[in-house]
Design a binder for this molecule. Structure first.
Ligand code: NAP
Ligand code: HSE
Length: 432
């Protein structure tokens, strides 16, 4: 090969990072693949926009076919985002015999298996390392590094925006809206940040991780999702007092042949290694039957970290080209999907509720939990003076999700319960 020609779809936050790395790491790329790497065309929407990187204006196009139908282009790097239109571009590129590297978790979570099938039928590579946890090579870790093990549990902080928001809210007491705006300005958030704050972005990433980690085709709708927009300052404060840190946690857990996958705000014991992961950083804790505990940490969003993963995928494609083994990577899932029922999912729970400040109320509440076989790790009652209301905050021992939901619906119907303010999963035991 004399030169590898790249077509880039998108020149925003991540696309600019890709241009930057390909230009600045040309020596290293040349050493690894034995020929220069050149960006031949870049698809954008607005040809007149001022860019974060300098590129010759002749490289820019608003016509996708200038890339997808160009016989000289070997690899298409997709960093434009979006789903339906982008899916069509990727299929067209693969059918034209071009290898594809993408950072698009929305697309891979929804249509990954279809696209991987098209890639393998076309004898092309489709790599997507940057789609989960930005600069952390977690996909390669699951596919190659831990290929010999049986993964039991993965817990991930896989959304940089929400981790940034929760860190700033709890450590600096800053308001949610202000920190979200900063995360957008720093390029961490999606163009519509609802996907970040409501947990959908993390759910897409957990769909990809669970599918690979459990070798089972997990669909996005299998993931139970809740986001961070309802978390109050009081919840963060009580969590802290009890020795926990609030994080948006993606959980993928296998018991026997059955799995559960969720994304939800979780109070983590301060002793848990994920509790110290701050700001836009991501981390994935992986427990394998043979390897035991492992954890992978790094920047989960942003221009250069994400571009690092993309260009590393590009190197993998180019090495495959040299060896003539493109399109032979994808492994189909080994197991049929089997999801846990609600009474098979176990966790500890935090609950905060407002009750009438009257004799016997506290005892009544504890007896409801006792009747359902759920015991407490911690419980406190604090008067809220102005309304003759008391606040009860408790952390349970392990309980099934169905039992806990039963208890919540009983509590909601009681006349002396004013309001159930919040409830969260709890992971690990605090030291307090
Ligand atoms: P971005 O800053 O919004 O950039 C998107 C780029 O694609 C822009 O250059 C835009 O053109 C171009 N584009 C969008 N729709 C197009 C269309 N229909 N036709 C032609 N060009 C189009 O997005 P980003 O943050 O770089 O993210 C790109 C992808 O990477 C997304 O899938 C995202 O989920 C993923 N990702 C992002 C990060 C991150 O930290 N930002 C991390 C991991 C993965 P104009 O510039 O002309 O508008
Ligand atoms: N919006 C995403 C995040 C970008 O905040 O993690 C990286 O996928």
């Amino acid at each position: 090969m004399e030169v590898i020609s790249i077509g880039l779809l998108g020149l925003g936050t991540v696309g600019s990072g890709v241009v930057n790395i390909i230009e600045n790491h040309q020596d290293k790329l040349m050493h690894q693949v034995g020929c220069p790497v050149k960006i031949k065309k870049i698809l954008v929407q607005d040809l007149t926009k001022i860019r974060h990187v300098q590129v010759e204006s002749s490289l820019l196009t608003s016509d996708p076919d200038e890339i997808l139908l160009d016989n000289d282009i070997d690899v298409v790097i997709e960093v434009m985002g979006g789903i339906e239109e982008t899916k069509n571009y990727i299929i067209k590129a693969l059918q034209e015999g071009k290898h594809v590297v993408t950072a698009n978790k929305d697309l891979m979570a929804l249509h990954g298996s279809e696209l991987l099938t098209v890639a393998s039928k076309s004898g092309c590579d489709l790599y997507y390392e940057a789609s989960v946890a930005g600069g952390i090579p977690i996909i390669r870790t699951l596919v190659d590094g831990l290929a010999s093990d049986r993964i039991v549990k993965m817990m991930g902080i896989v959304n940089g925006t929400t981790n940034f928001i929760l860190t700033k809210m709890s450590q600096e007491g800053r308001p949610y809206e202000e920190v979200l705006k900063e995360a957008q300005e720093l390029g961490y958030a999606e163009s519509d940040p609802t996907a970040d704050v409501e947990g959908l972005d993390a759910a897409r990433k957990m769909t990809i991780l669970a599918t690979l980690g459990f070798s089972m085709k997990i669909d996005l709708e299998d993931v139970k999702v809740s986001g961070i927009s309802q978390i109050s300052d009081e919840d963060l404060l009580y969590g802290k007092q009890l020795g926990y840190t609030m994080k948006l946690i993606g959980l993928a857990h296998r018991d026997g042949e059955k799995v559960e996958v969720s994304v939800q705000p979780t109070l983590l014991s301060n002793r848990h290694p994920l509790a110290s992961v701050q700001n836009e950083y991501n981390a994935i804790y992986v427990y394998g039957e043979a390897v035991g505990e492992t954890m992978f940490y790094g920047p989960g969003a942003g221009s250069l970290p994400t571009a690092t993963a993309i260009v590393s995928d590009l190197v993998a494609v180019m090495k495959n080209m040299r060896l003539g083994v493109n399109g032979k990577n994808a492994v189909t899932p080994q197991f049929e999907k089997r999801l846990k029922e609600e009474d098979e999912k176990f966790s500890k729970y935090f609950l905060r509720l407002h009750v009438k400040d009257e004799v016997g109320v506290f005892a009544e509440i504890t007896s409801i939990f006792a009747k359902h076989g759920v015991s407490f790790e911690k419980i406190l009652q604090l008067p809220i003076k102005k309304n003759e209301v008391a606040e009860i905050v408790l952390v349970t021992h392990q309980a099934s999700s169905s039992e806990f939901q039963n208890i919540l619906s009983i509590l909601r119907d009681l006349s002396f319960v004013d309001e159930i303010k919040s409830s969260y999963r709890v992971e690990g035991s605090s030291v307090v």
